[in-house]
Design a protein around this ligand. Structure first.
Ligand code: UD1
Length: 369
């Protein structure tokens, strides 16, 4: 029998009283990948009678990047919004720490719950550690190159100051062991798959009609990592590749505000001629779009997995991935240079029909978190 994450929390924090009435959790979210995980965790905490105070840092603040996810996934309004907004990493991390510390001192939780790898995650974990309040990290143990990417720094620091590490894959357990982190590590599975199963009946396929796309004949693109957007040469080769691809297949680019800003700043607007550029999509619309796509091109962590859940393949525009299992079995492919990416795009287009769509990754435990 697998214990759920809230049960593990309860046992860890009140070993003598498995009745968990008095347990109080403060959860901290900020961006899409965390908000969607919160949708699953919130339901489970309620089910187990654990009191939750929900805090939004405000790192993501435009409607399409935050509010819409609360709406479509029916997550209750946060109890606090710290209004942190955008800025340098130091500014965002610092502002979050200052404001979050006040909330934590007032609420006096038994545990602080942080998710994933954003600046908000590391800020929340540091506040908990310094106040000597146990920190639980959901999606702990993920590692990837380059080591200097902001998310990788956030993951490492968070894992090393957390007391409870809820780990989604065997590889993540191994990563932690290699770094000497073995205490409080629980291989609980992946909450993203729980969410996928829960929401599948509600996926929204409307964008396919709105853009007059043909099923199986278009590619879904999301690009937002700093190493892809902030270097004009690299951003240009990505955009050039997409334009070339759009001569053969529909290309739908769901564009993050950072990417939009950089394209304007570098004067690359015309490069995307032939590509359908759309606003960031909510979870249900994005999943609906991916379900009927040919494949996906992305540098998002979660979307690489969700594409697999949808039975589709992803070209991952990164030097490395935290979900290496999916690359090792040949399902997803890493494309890190213009040349290799274009070649891989064609390979993906050709290979799809004869690919074993039933492939399972045994080292990942999907769902039941
Ligand atoms: C952050 C996370 C990343 C996660 C992603 C989800 C960090 C270091 N990275 O990246 O792991 O995958 O969120 O989207 O925390 N912006 C807006 N409106 C918003 C949000 C952002 O205009 O609501 C623009 C701002 O110009 C901002 C830029 O996007 O400076 C980057 O935002 P930021 O939160 O720093 O990082 P993300 O690229 O979104």
């Amino acid at each position: 029998m697998y214990l759920t994450a809230p049960q593990l929390l309860a046992i860890q924090l009140s070993p003598n009283e498995y009745g968990v009435d008095y347990l109080k959790v403060v959860s901290l979210v900020s961006a899409r990948p965390q908000i969607i995980k919160e949708a699953v965790i919130q339901e489970q905490l309620q089910k187990h009678g654990i009191q939750e105070v929900l805090v939004h840092s405000g790192q993501h603040y435009v409607y399409d990047m935050s509010d819409i996810f609360f709406k479509v996934l029916k997550i209750r309004e946060p109890d606090y919004n710290l209004g942190v907004g955008s800025g340098t990493h130091g500014e965002m991390t610092g502002r979050t720490m200052i404001a979050f510390e006040q909330v934590v001192m007032k609420e006096k939780p038994d545990v602080i719950l942080v998710y994933g790898d954003t600046d908000t995650t590391v800020a929340g974990a540091l506040v908990g550690a310094k106040l000597k309040i146990p920190v639980a990290h959901v999606e702990a143990g993920i590692r990837q190159e380059p080591r200097n990417m902001p998310e990788e720094i956030n993951r490492k620091v968070t894992d090393h100051v957390s007391d409870l590490l809820f780990v989604p894959s065997r590889l993540a357990v191994e990563n932690l062991t290699r770094e000497g982190v073995t205490k409080g590590v629980y291989f609980v599975g992946d909450v993203m798959y729980d969410l996928f199963l829960k929401m599948k009946p509600h996926f929204d396929y409307s964008v396919i009609d709105e853009l007059s796309l043909q099923e199986g004949n278009y590619v879904v693109v999301t690009i937002h990592r700093d190493f892809n957007t902030d270097d004009p040469v690299r951003l240009k080769w990505i955009l050039d590749s997409l334009r070339e691809l759009s001569k053969q297949l529909g290309v739908v680019f769901s564009m993050h505000p950072r990417t939009k800003k950089r394209i304007q700043q570098f004067g690359f607007e015309d490069v995307l001629e032939g590509v359908d550029v759309i606003q960031p999509l909510d979870y249900l619309k994005l999943m609906g779009l991916v379900m009927h796509s040919a494949f996906v091109i992305t540098d998002r962590g979660g979307l690489q997995k969700e594409t697999y859940f949808c039975g589709k393949r992803a070209l991952v525009v990164m030097p490395d991935t935290g979900w290496r299992e999916l690359v090792d079995i040949g399902w997803n492919v890493l494309g890190n240079s213009r040349c290799s990416s274009l070649g891989l795009i064609w390979r993906l287009s050709d290979a799809w029909n004869c690919f074993d769509k039933t492939l399972e990754v045994s080292s990942l435990r999907w769902g039941r978190s």
